[in-house]
Design a protein around this ligand. Structure first.
Ligand code: PXP
Length: 237
C-alpha cells in the first residue's frame, strides 16, 4: 500500500499569521525524504492554504509523483493544464466547509466532471475521482473513463458509534473490491489517523492512502520525518 502525504496544513499554519514559514515546499521535500510515495496539495478556489507558488516549486523539486487535488472550476483546470501534475484528483468544493465534506456526486455533476476529465486527460494527466463508497458512483466513474478513484473515508473516520463505524467500514471494503474488480486503481482517504488507519490497511483492494491533517498535526510535536515514517510503518505492517 502506498502513502500520499497531503501537506496543505503546513500552509494553514503559515496563513494563520501571514508569514512565509512554515513552507509547504519544505514539508513536501521532508515527506519525500521520509519515504512517502506521492505528495498531495489542494489548490482551493479561495486559496485558504496552498497557493500557486507552493505547487509550482514543489512539483519542480520533487522526484516522486505530484497529485493536485482540485475542483472542476475552469480557472483551476486551466492552471492544472499548464502545470501538468502527474495526477489530478477531482473533489467537490464548497466555500464554507472546513474541509472536503463528501465525494463528488457524479450523477449530479456528470457533464462538468466529464468535461474536466476530458481536458486533463488530453494533456496526459492521470485523473482520479474522489467519491463516496457507493457502487453507483463507481459505475459512473467507469463511464466517465478515469483509471483511478479515491474512496471517501470521511464518514468512517468521523463516525461516533461502533455500529456506524462498522457499517461504513463494510461499505468501504465492498466498494474497494467492486472498484478493483472493475479495473480501477483504488485509493482512499480523508480523516485517517494513526488509530483508524489500522482497519483501513486491512482492505487489500485499496492500493494507496492519502493522509494530511493527522500527519501534519503529529509533526508539530515529533517532526515531519518521524510523523511520516510512523504512518508508513502502520501502512506497511
Ligand atoms: N483525500 C482527499 C480527496 C481530500 O480532500 C483530503 C483532504 O484535503 C484528504 C485526502 C486528506 O484528508 P485529511 O487531511 O483528513 O487526512
Amino acid at each position: 500500500m502506498k502513502l500520499g502525504v497531503n501537506v496543505d496544513h503546513v500552509a494553514t499554519l503559515r496563513e494563520a499569521r501571514g508569514t512565509v514559514y512554515p513552507d509547504p515546499v519544505v514539508g513536501a521535500l521532508l515527506a519525500e525524504y521520509a519515504g512517502c510515495n506521492s505528495i498531495v496539495m489542494h489548490l482551493r478556489e479561495d486559496r485558504r492554504h496552498i497557493k500557486e507558488r507552493d505547487i509550482i516549486f514543489t512539483k519542480k523539486a520533487l522526484e516522486i509523483p505530484f497529485n493536485l487535488e482540485m475542483s472542476v472550476n475552469k480557472s483551476i483546470v486551466d492552471f492544472a493544464l499548464k502545470l501538468l501534475p502527474d495526477y489530478a484528483t477531482l473533489v467537490p468544493e464548497k466555500r464554507q466547509e472546513l474541509t472536503t465534506e463528501g465525494g463528488v456526486d457524479l450523477k449530479e455533476n456528470y457533464l462538468k466532471v466529464s468535461r474536466a476529465v476530458g481536458r486533463l486527460k488530453s494533456k496526459g494527466i492521470k485523473v482520479s475521482l474522489f467519491i463516496d463508497p457507493l457502487k453507483r458512483q463507481i459505475d459512473l466513474a467507469k463511464r466517465i473513463g478515469v483509471d483511478s478513484i479515491e474512496l471517501n473515508t470521511g464518514g468512517f473516520s468521523e463516525s461516533k458509534t461502533e455500529r456506524g463505524k462498522k457499517n461504513l467500514y463494510l461499505k468501504i471494503k465492498q466498494a474497494a473490491k467492486y472498484a478493483k474488480d472493475k479495473g480501477f486503481f483504488v485509493a482512499a482517504g480523508h480523516g485517517l489517523d494513526y488509530v483508524n488507519v489500522k482497519d483501513i490497511v486491512k482492505i487489500r483492494a485499496i492500493e494507496e492512502l492519502n493522509i494530511g491533517h493527522s500527519i501534519i498535526s503529529r509533526s508539530v510535536f515529533l517532526g515531519l520525518v518521524t510523523a511520516v515514517e510512523e504512518m508508513i510503518t502502520l501502512i506497511k505492517s
